[in-house]
Design a protein around this ligand. Structure first.
Ligand code: FE
Length: 206
């Protein structure tokens, strides 16, 4: 399958919030689509290595916040570029709970879907969840964020590599995985968290 064709697919950007016991975690996903009506069902997938995926595998309910085009990089960085295993993601951003105690994050979202998970399929790298929409909240009438818009207008451009220093390795900014070597292949995928080469930063010799 040609990689260039896969890059032509379009996606939204979402805040996925899940609970496990009294713990709540949230992450950013770009995979959520409606797949059925009567009842309305959506499908979304989450990288198996993600902490939120552990929560989803054990829970029946979750929420998906549909992000606004005006979203800041700050919130995407907070929920998407660090792990809830290492930090508390709810210091600068709060979650709320709806009438049925389903946790959700409304910041920078136009609306939220409240979901009851009806199937979980392990796809190897990711788990595919199918869920029934049991409730929703609408906050504002604003254009939604697409992954393409995020990539070209919100995500900071890659920092310039300092050519005066020697690169000895590359570090995944998402999970901390270290790739040993001077040149990181362009199509490299982090074996721990599944993020692409763009999410790695150089590690320089002392
Ligand atoms: Fe990683």
């Amino acid at each position: 399958m040609a990689k260039s064709a896969m890059r032509d697919l379009s996606y939204g950007v979402f805040i996925l919030t899940a609970s496990m016991g009294d713990k709540v975690n949230a992450c950013i996903t770009n995979t959520c689509i409606q797949v059925a009506t009567n009842p309305t069902r959506v499908a979304f997938s989450v990288i198996n290595a993600n902490y939120t995926c552990d929560f989803l595998k054990q829970s029946q309910y979750c929420s998906i916040g549909i992000m606004a085009k005006s979203s800041s990089f700050g919130i995407i960085k907070n929920f998407g570029l660090q792990s809830g295993r290492d930090v508390n993601k709810f210091i600068n951003y709060q979650y709320e709970k709806n009438e049925k105690s389903i946790a959700y994050v409304s910041t920078d979202c136009v609306s939220t879907l409240f979901l009851k998970i009806v199937s979980k399929t392990d796809l190897g790298s990711h788990t595919l969840f199918v869920a029934e929409v049991v409730d929703e909240k609408i906050y504002k009438n604003e254009e939604v964020l697409t992954y393409a818009y995020y990539y070209s207008n919100i995500k900071p451009k890659k920092e310039e590599v300092d050519k005066s220093k020697k690169i000895i390795a590359w570090k995944c900014k998402i999970c901390g995985y270290i790739y040993e070597g001077e040149v990181l292949p362009k199509d490299y995928i982090c074996p721990l968290c599944g993020h692409p080469a763009e999410d790695f930063e150089p590690v320089y010799a002392e």
